[in-house]
Design a protein around this ligand. Sequence first.
Ligand code: PBG
Length: 326
Amino acid sequence: MSYPTHRPRRLRGDARLRNIVRETRLSPENFIYPLFVEEELKEAVPISAMPGQSRWPVAEIIRPVEEAFAAGVRSFLFFGSPDRKDRTGTAAHASDGCVQRALELIKKRLPEALLITDVCLCAYTDHGHCGVPGPDGTILNDETLPHLCEMALSHVRAGADIVAPSDMMDGRIGAMRATLDIDGFSHIPIMSYAAKFASSFYGPFREAAHSAPQFGDRRTYQMDVANAREALMEMELDFDEGADILMVKPAMTALDILRVARDRFPCPLAAYQVSGEYSMIKAAAANGWLDEKSAMLESLLSIKRAGADLILTYFATEASKALKQS
Ligand code: PBG
């Protein structure tokens, strides 16, 4: 196989040829749009580090959902921000909490939408950690699990179609599966943030969700960025505990993990194009350094090419509109 017999450029000659041999395609159905609902807001507040994204009051959350839906997006992920925080994040499982009310409202207005919730305590605890701390500040694993299970259950009762735990405690998938099954929700899938790295690319999100840790950092539960085999082990554990969809996060800095996971696991894989990935493209485009539309689509395509079936992205609406035009 060599030149001049093989000339790969032959199939790049024009758009018809390029189209017929294209290996990977994006579709709005692949996207999951993450949204922030916040208690006590009167109107939407733009998130400065994430141009185009806002924090929404429950009463207005239907607006971005309907806009995305009209563009073809069918799936949504919700983060909540409560008005009161405490050591164990009790507001996370309040039946009248902002996420719970948002779910009920959207279920009524747009029953075709698929509603997913982020299950994690960090936005609900006064210390900002994803689990419950002991007296010395260590984040306690097994003590955290019942709180996460209760949160998941309360989301499902309010109408969540899928729950997505993002806390990185050990054993939470098994515990959550058992809780949901006992309470009559054995049909509700779990999308696990299985390989979640302790990444600096979550920076803008912490402004959006008011969830920055007040002491220490998340490296005793989120994974070391250096570790690939450990990421696959985390995914295997979650799969064995009953996760239906396995997620890798962030996407761009873990495309190698996605690639290997694609060959190893039969279940659907998701990748989260996190806030920092979004903000980088937005910032470069605002400076005229990158073409926003093509950089956006290229970044999403590379995530799908690496092996992701589903992509969580703040570009969901914009990318869906761009795909319609092209
Ligand atoms: C909550 C959570 C985080 C993100 C998703 N769920 C923040 C974190 O772990 O610090 C990050 C999402 C993003 O950066 O877009 N644990």
